[in-house]
Design a protein around this ligand. Structure first.
Ligand SMILES: Nc1ncnc2c1ncn2[C@@H]1O[C@H](COP(=O)(O)OP(=O)(O)O)[C@@H](O)[C@H]1O
Ligand SMILES: [Mg+2]
Length: 347
């Protein structure tokens, strides 16, 4: 919500008419009053008429659900989904927007879905021979049925420490670092609360965390590289959102050749997932050897004015509000590109 507020606050009201939509925890869409955006924090109270998009290409409109009579339709030109995690960043909302035939910012169904699923994402990275840390994927059922076999398989594949993660999530939720067998059991049970698919990954020791912003559709470009100095042992939920001690270093203090590798790999990763519009690509760099490991792609990165994604563009010469203009233009461009496809074989 903070990202959404920042984006709306930076949009040129002479150029855009804003139609803010809030999604409640239970999944209801509410059309918010744009005036709510003006008071500090005011829009954090989700209030407004219940609205919906129909999964049909005819109306291109937001529909009011209750007492919908006059003025119940609001035509939309572009949707900017500022949603993190499952049921937002994972292709589901994107699928609805495809059916509604409304241009939208960011990746399509495939890129969004793969960007949310670390197992599928790693498989595509591997296919492109992009360097990632060794890992294994397990279904929760297999773990519950045979934890010993799962642990033995990992132990014979790579030494401790490991990271255990739910495959589909983000924000470091459900992720733990594991140093031994006892910690492994706790970590797997924690991750298994969030997903039916679990990742066990070799830790990159003394990892430095660097990130690159990618922008574009078929010919994406990479920003300068930024580094995160987390306040905790790793970049967990608390250091991401709750404390102010985490620092961003832009540009990252890296030899030029390493920064170039990181930027080129970021573009490759974007293309490997068939992303569109924007993505932040995250890396882990071994502190001593400066070996670069691709970690993950985030198709809807944090977007407050102090978030890494827009900060990296600012440092690369694209100010925040111009970045929003570019993303909207890219959404329209991609929609037109898809519409150029022949859609019927017979007529
Ligand atoms: N293989 C690894 N080696 C070292 N640190 C890791 C590794 N995997 C994850 N981490 C740490 O955990 C954090 C969250 O993991 P990540 O895979 O980025 O998940 P999320 O999608 O939740 O951000 C990373 O930013 C990093 O601090
Ligand atoms: Mg991450």
């Amino acid at each position: 919500m903070r990202s959404g507020l920042s984006i709306m606050a930076a949009m040129d009201r002479g150029k855009y008419e804003l139609v803010p939509i809030g999604v409640t925890k239970s999944g209801e869409w509410l059309r918010l009053d744009p005036r709510l955006l003006e008071g500090p924090g005011a829009a954090l109270a989700l209030e407004g008429d219940r609205v919906a998009l129909l999964p049909q290409p005819k109306d291109h409109s937001l529909m009011r659900l209750d007492n919908g009579a006059d003025g119940a339709r609001k035509p939309l030109d572009v949707v900017f989904p500022v949603l993190h995690g499952p049921l937002g960043e994972d292709g589901t909302v994107q699928g609805l927007l495809e059916l509604a035939d409304i241009p939208y910012v960011g990746s399509g169904v495939l890129g969004s879905a793969v960007g949310m699923d670390k197992a599928a994402m790693k498989a595509l990275f591997r296919e492109r021979q992009l360097k990632i840390a060794p890992y294994r994927v397990f279904l929760r059922k297999r773990w519950r049925d045979n934890p010993e076999a799962v642990r033995t398989e990992c132990e014979s594949a790579f030494p401790y420490p490991w990271f255990v993660k739910p495959a589909n999530l983000g924000s470091s939720v459900g992720i733990s670092k594991v140093r031994d067998e006892a910690e492994f059991v706790t970590a797997m049970e924690e991750a298994a609360q969030y997903d039916r698919k679990l990742i066990v990954e070799a830790a990159v020791e003394h990892a430095r965390e660097v990130e690159v912003s990618v922008l574009g559709n078929d010919e994406p470009v990479a920003s300068v590289v930024g580094e995160i100095l987390p306040s905790h042992e790793f970049y967990d939920y608390e250091s991401k959102y709750l404390d102010d001690a985490t620092r961003l270093v832009i540009p990252a203090d890296l030899p030029e050749s390493i920064a170039d590798t990181v930027r080129e790999t970021a573009v490759q990763a974007f293309l490997a997932l068939d992303c569109a519009g924007l993505a932040r690509v995250d890396f882990l760099i071994a502190a001593k050897t400066l070996e670069v490991f691709l970690s993950e792609v985030n198709t809807m990165p944090g977007f407050t004015s102090v978030s890494m994604y827009p900060k990296l563009w600012e440092a690369s010469g694209v100010p925040y509000s111009e970045l929003i203009d570019k993303l909207i233009a890219l959404a329209i461009e991609r929609h037109a590109e898809i519409h150029a496809n022949r859609r019927s074989y017979t007529d």
